[in-house]
Write a protein that binds this ligand. Structure first.
Ligand code: KIV
Length: 274
């Protein structure tokens, strides 16, 4: 089935119309099909898949090749949402040439329409400017940026007045560089709310309070598939527990059936020599 996806412009129109943008992550064809069925507006192949799907303790180890592989799987089942992929750690921090090559892989080898990258340091700004001029739409990401976890930790960001002013300036710079939307993660609600008003581009919050142009969550957290969730996520069900219980039930049923259907071992000894 051909894709008739939403575009970055659609998201910007949604902001103008006051229509809330919904975004969810997907990491393979199975989760992608759930996300497609949700009717959400953006499907993000987030580098959180390093933790959700590959078992790493942080997002840092996932490679560009692995992200492309997962984006291809998700892309097979996503039709309506805007499809965005995260540029993984060290696929864009070594310069604009490297970033264009990395982002280009998502646009050429998968149906992704845009990339997301973290931060707004001067080097990152140069990279974003180059990507945008190359024709590759970029979603920014500020606040808790998991690729900097060893410097910033997992806690709430921009808690002091000076940090809030710094983040505000970075958000304006990202808009100026041409980002089409901005993810704000785990920051005070008032800061996100102010930025939603100040910026023309959509502000999509995750743990940034309700007053954003849109909300994004890691789908596995929302469904209770992950062993633990960040403090700003209230899982809508405990899927991991339900699945484990059902699988235990199935194993129990099979073992019970085996015992009644098969003769006991002593009545059916193995043939000598085997
Ligand atoms: O990788 C990810 O899942 C993210 C979140 C903002 C949803 O970047």
């Amino acid at each position: 089935m051909g894709r008739l996806p939403l575009t970055t412009r659609d998201l910007q129109n949604y902001k103008r119309q006051g229509r809330i943008i919904t975004a969810l992550t997907a990491w393979d064809a199975l989760s992608g099909a759930w996300v497609e069925a949700s009717g959400c507006d953006v499907a993000l192949v987030g580098d959180s898949l390093a933790m959700v799907s590959l078992g790493y303790p942080t997002t840092l180890p996932v490679s560009l090749g692995a992200m492309v592989h997962h984006a291809q799987a998700v892309g097979r089942v996503i039709h309506r949402p805007l499809l965005v992929a995260d540029l993984p750690f060290l696929s864009y921090q070594c310069g604009a040439e490297q970033a264009v090559a990395a982002a280009g892989r998502f646009l050429k080898e998968t149906p992704c329409q845009a990339v997301k990258l973290e931060g707004a340091e001067p080097e990152t700004m140069a990279v974003i400017s180059r990507l945008v001029r190359t024709g590759i739409p970029v979603m920014g990401h500020l606040g808790l940026t998991p690729q900097s976890v060893h410097r910033l930790g997992w806690g709430r960001q921009a808690c002091s007045a000076s940090d809030q002013e710094r983040l505000r300036q970075k958000a304006l710079d990202l808009q100026q560089q041409g980002c089409f939307a901005l993810v704000l993660e785990h920051i005070p609600s008032a800061l996100a709310s102010g930025l939603r008003r100040e910026l023309n581009i959509p502000v999509i919050g995750i743990g940034a309070g309700p007053d954003c142009d849109g909300q994004i969550l890691v789908t596995a957290d929302l469904l209770g598939l992950t062993p633990s969730q960040p403090p700003f996520v209230k899982p809508r069900l405990q899927a991991a527990e339900m699945f484990k219980q059902e699988l235990r039930g199935w194993c129990h049923e099979q073992r019970h059936r085996e015992q009644t259907a098969r003769p006991p071992r002593e009545d059916n000894p193995p043939r000598p020599g085997y």
